[in-house]
Design a protein around this ligand. Structure first.
Ligand code: NAG
Ligand code: NAG
Ligand code: NAG
Ligand code: NAG
Ligand code: NAG
Ligand code: NAG
Length: 342
């Protein structure tokens, strides 16, 4: 396995395991003597000379990055400042910048540093003290992780030219619905957006129609705009658990779209089961206040090819038991192998 493949693989695997990722990108096996062109505070493996590993060494500043470095690992330090000039020799070449788990604030990121990086593809900036997003001018950005910061806004227009951006992680910040209006417009290839653990009162507006995954758990969402999902014809996974959804905030048929495969509405205040499409496979409704089960939420019509594709349905921690299931439910929920009541 080539040295480049190791971190790539680590990231791909962690992406596959959903949003949980590991900070330990460093492929221990490739750490050898430092290459000739390396900052003395860091390691540049001779067999992977375009990578510079400066992680886990109590650094307070970003070290000067020598010509030729494309992959820069700075996670798990005590970096408070990015001084002017440190990226001057790599402004066009730097592709990956990993700054997770440091102490960076917006005020101490000098002009002419990240705002000069024109070839960056991945920016990992989680677990810092940013109050506003830092976005490089690179049109090649494909992944942005800025979780566990103090972002209170994400201004509109910052991402409009990011034609290759596919994944944005902003969970655990202080974003409000107003402060992110239009933030994601223009990222025409965006597949995955995670805005969980923020202060949203509604699902983000103006998200690209390419979106396949939208996670908005742990916010203050109490209603969904009528037709919201009709503008997202590719959306397959929608999570809105741990919010304040009530029946009156769910317009008729708002979740009845054919693209959805998984819908998580657990830990809300719903009293009835919303109408879902026949194609939905996973529906999570545990810990709501559901007190009736009406098959018309799942099937309006039952026939040889007209039945719900639902496989898993969670209804535990509600006010219903198996005895509330209508007698003819098996006709509609033909594939539901797993219905949980407790
Ligand atoms: C930056 O580039 C200049 C000009 O090529 C060179 O003289 C200098 O040594 C480089 N600095 C580093 C840290 O690579
Ligand atoms: C970053 O935030 C943490 C937690 O709020 C705080 O303890 C720390 O002092 C902050 N660091 C800087 C450099 O602002
Ligand atoms: C976007 O990705 C495609 C396919 O990988 C690539 O050919 C293209 O150059 C990228 N665009 C930018 C602006 O980097
Ligand atoms: C969902 O929408 C389709 C098409 O509009 C409709 O035929 C079906 O009855 C609806 N399903 C539910 C459960 O409301
Ligand atoms: C039955 O299912 C087919 C295929 O999914 C669909 O086109 C048709 O509208 C459905 N009929 C009713 C009455 O829902
Ligand atoms: C739960 O359901 C029972 C029987 O349908 C009803 O009498 C009771 O009031 C419900 N409790 C709540 C908290 O909704």
């Amino acid at each position: 396995m080539s040295p480049l493949r190791v971190p790539l693989l680590a990231v791909l695997v962690s992406m596959a395991l959903c949003q949980y990722y590991d900070y330990d990108y460093q492929p221990v096996s490739v750490l050898g003597p430092s290459g000739p062109n390396c900052n003395q505070e860091c390691d540049c493996p001779v067999n992977f000379p375009t990578a510079m590993y400066c992680d886990n060494r109590k650094l307070k500043f970003v070290p000067v990055v020598p010509t030729g470095i494309k992959y820069l690992y700075l996670q798990n330090n005590m970096i408070e400042e990015i001084k002017a000039g440190v990226f001057d020799n790599v402004t066009a070449d730097l592709r990956w910048l990993v700054l997770d788990n440091n102490q960076l604030t917006n005020a101490k990121i000098a002009k002419g540093t990240i705002d000069k990086l024109s070839g960056l593809e991945k920016l990992y900036f989680s677990y810092n003290n940013l109050t506003e997003p830092i976005i490089p001018p690179s049109k090649s950005l494909d992944e942005l992780k800025m979780t566990h910061n103090k972002l209170s806004k994400f201004p509109s227009g910052l991402l409009t030219d990011k034609e290759n951006l596919t994944s944005i992680n902003l969970q655990h910040n202080q974003l409000t619905s107003e402060s992110i209006t239009g933030a994601f417009k223009g990222s025409k290839k965006l597949l995955s957006l995670d805005v969980s653990h923020n202060k949203l009162k509604k699902l983000p507006a103006g998200v690209p129609s390419s979106l396949e995954i939208l996670y908005a758990d742990y916010n203050d969402i109490d209603s969904i705009g009528a037709g919201y999902l009709n503008k997202l014809p590719s959306l397959q996974y929608l999570r809105i658990s741990h919010n304040k959804l009530v029946d009156s905030g769910i317009p008729a048929g708002v979740f009845n779209v054919t693209s959805l495969v998984e819908l998580d509405l657990s830990f809300n205040k719903l009293q009835s089961i919303p109408e879902i499409n026949e194609q939905l496979e996973q529906l999570y409704l545990q810990a709501n206040e559901i007190n009736k089960i009406d098959m018309s939420s799942f099937c309006k019509f039952i026939g040889p090819i007209n039945f719900s594709r639902l496989k898993h349905l969670r209804l535990d921690a509600n006010n219903v038991t198996y005895s509330n299931m209508p007698h003819d439910s098996a006709n509609c929920l033909r594939q539901a192998s797993d219905i949980m009541f407790e």
